[in-house]
Design a protein around this ligand. Structure first.
Ligand code: AHR
Length: 619
């Protein structure tokens, strides 16, 4: 078997070398003992950021003796990239890493590849979910943070700002610019006097800046979407003997003329790091190929603001990454919000068993859905001097003070399952959990696509805990879709606190008012849906037939409900977060910078296929 594999790999490399069919191909490997071949389809190598992405992929790959990387370069041409992927597939790669030239145009070939092998998508997302893992930055928040920093730089005096962008039309660029403008728009005394396009190129930015300097008497700040372009603009100002303009860039790479060095030299006032994801892609590729547990669906990388004040510290921390502290015995304090649902019980179990598997000492405290108990638990972890704190916040707001205390004590905090607001991401190292907004949308999409033909469809919504992230996002996501279908109306909506008893009670009240005029129940979790089923039966109607029921979680009890014909669809919310959490704890302690968000992989399960799907369920 192994022999066959080796000769296939040999053949693949020979084909690439001999046919010369793809002049943009190259390959990297560390030994002859190759077990896995990874194809990397890069959109182009004209952008310095992508060159660095490939460099990182190479560097990380060279740490492993059992993989070989085959690179292709699509030279900014989607048709070529489709062909590249086709060829890589024909040649038998084990996993594809792709950074698409165009999201829509590359979606079909990515989906085709995903039918055969795992696919990791970098930077530009594809449409839908036909891929294994997506890794990319949050461009809108990079733009916002840059806007905020520039407003601080300008202070009360305000001033004139110029924006230098990469190639027009890129969605990532539009998002970055939108975030920037959203913030700058809040200041009456700051004007964006011009926006120019410099295609990520330093020289072009220099030329554009030359023209701007002729045109405008006073430019106070230049915001360039990359450090290279910021450097070009700086050179133009210098050449014209103009001092006093502040330059802010994005990327924050190390090395000669990288953003970090430019900040250190005072050429840039600041930069916002934008990781390429290349290194992480290889790390996850190996986990995927080795069938490790807990592979997320989406990873949104973190951006750091780098200025003269923290550039040394940041560079030092980045170098520390190379040291391995992972051997030390680790103590993790985990504050679980309660045991309100089957989902929560599965989540607690997953955390406990993953801690054992990872050899992490776990102090696990449950809080009976009470925020004050969680705050007390976090304070006790700080007092005990644990290495890492993780918690699942029962509600979104009210955590700043205790998280500041953890920060002061130098203990990193991880958010598991639920997010916080305001989302001050300097207070936590990463968020690991689901996309609740998307879960709400998925429930609504299933409903509107379910062929109900009445002139008006009356919905009862059973909401989760008031003020919690899943309750507000599932409500918002659901509303976002059904607003386009006026026949679907939520006629009653109240909180059942994610418990079965809560769901039963609200449903009883809803039935008392609306009786058989109710056509659909949308429950924010399965437990409340099961409570509603009881109330509907007590009322004398048939759940799943007289009233359709769609809920969130996809627990075993919901599957049994579907198999009994009482529940119609459940949208998955994966509680098995333990392995990802332990991986993050270990990564953090071995010096890795964690991404801002790690989003779990999830599906939708309708009653029609419940019996079959149930065979593969693990909770
Ligand atoms: O935060 C996740 C939600 O909390 C689950 O969907 C619900 O069942 C739980 O109580």
């Amino acid at each position: 078997m192994l022999k066959a594999k080796r000769s296939m790999i040999f053949l693949l490399i020979m084909m690439i070398m001999l046919t010369g069919c793809n002049p943009q191909s190259s390959q990297v490997s560390n030994s002859d003992q190759v077990k896995f071949v990874i194809g990397v389809s890069q959109a182009n190598l004209l952008e310095p950021w992508r060159v660095i992405m490939n460099e990182e992929i190479k560097e990380e790959a060279l740490k492993h003796t059992d993989i070989r990387i085959v690179f292709t370069d699509a030279v900014q041409n989607s048709e070529k990239q489709i062909r590249d992927v086709g060829e890589l597939l024909e040649q038998g790669i084990d996993l594809l890493i792709i950074s698409p030239n165009d999201s829509a145009e590359l979606t079909p070939i990515v989906a085709k590849a995903y039918k055969k092998i795992p696919v990791i998508v970098l930077d530009r997302a594809v449409e839908g979910y036909a891929y294994t893992l997506y890794i990319g930055p949050d461009n809108k928040s990079i733009g916002k943070e840059a806007g905020q920093y520039i407003a601080e730089l300008l202070g009360n005096a305000g001033g004139n700002v110029v924006e230098i962008q990469g190639p027009a039309g890129l969605p990532s660029l539009r998002e970055r610019s939108a975030g920037f403008r959203e913030v700058i728009g809040q200041y009456d005394n700051i004007r964006i006097v011009d926006t120019v396009v410099a295609d990520w190129q330093r020289d072009k930015a220099e030329d554009e800046m030359e023209k701007l300097l002729q045109q405008y008497q006073k430019i106070d700040v230049v915001f360039a979407h990359s450090d290279y372009m910021a450097l070009g603009a700086y050179k133009a100002a210098k050449k014209n003997g103009i001092n006093g303009i502040k330059f802010v860039g994005v990327d924050g790479f190390a090395g000669t003329n990288g953003g970090l060095q430019l900040v250190e030299k005072g050429i840039l006032q600041g930069t916002f790091t934008c990781l390429t994801g290349g290194r992480e892609a290889i790390q996850y590729a190996l986990d995927i190929l080795k069938h490790e547990k807990g592979i997320p669906k989406k990873i949104i990388s973190r951006s750091n603001k780098i200025t003269l004040y923290n550039v040394m510290e940041y560079t030092k921390a980045a170098n520390e990454l190379k040291k391995d502290n992972s051997k030390k015995k680790v103590v993790l304090g985990f504050s679980q919000l309660g045991a309100e649902s089957d989902w929560r019980k599965a989540n607690s179990q997953s955390i406990k068993s993953a801690a054992i598997d990872a050899g992490i000492e776990l102090i696990f405290l449950e809080a009976d859905q009470k925020q004050e108990m969680q705050i007390k638990a976090i304070r006790s972890f700080i007092a005990q001097g644990v290495d890492v704190i993780a918690f699942s916040p029962v509600v979104e707001s009210g955590w700043d003070e205790v998280l500041e205390e953890a920060k002061m004590a130098g203990i990193p905090v991880l958010l598991s399952d639920r997010a916080i607001k305001p989302d001050d991401n300097s207070l936590y190292a990463t968020f690991i959990g689901s996309d609740f907004l998307e879960e709400g949308r998925r429930a609504a999409r299933w409903l509107v696509g379910n062929g109900m033909t009445m002139p008006s469809v009356n919905i009862v919504q059973l909401e989760g805990t008031v003020g919690s992230a899943p309750a507000s996002d599932r409500k918002k996501g659901f509303a976002e879709i059904i607003v386009n279908y006026p026949e679907f109306q939520v006629i009653y909506s109240a909180s059942g606190d994610f418990t079965e008893a809560g769901g039963q009670e609200i449903m009883k009240s809803a039935l008392a008012i609306y009786g058989n005029q109710i056509h659909v129940v949308y429950a924010h979790n399965d437990d409340m849906a099961l409570g509603a089923i009881k109330a509907i039966e007590e009322y004398g109607l048939k759940p799943g037939k007289d009233i359709l029921i769609v809920s969130v979680d996809a627990t075993a009890a919901a599957f049994k409900g579907m198999m009994a014909g009482k529940l119609n669809c459940t949208v998955e919310c994966n509680p098995l977060l333990g392995p990802q959490l332990m991986q993050a704890v270990k990564g953090l302690l071995s010096g890795r910078q964690l991404p801002m968000r790690i989003i779990t992989s999830e599906g939708v399960f309708p009653a029609e296929t419940a019996r079959q799907d149930y065979l593969n369920r693990r909770y």
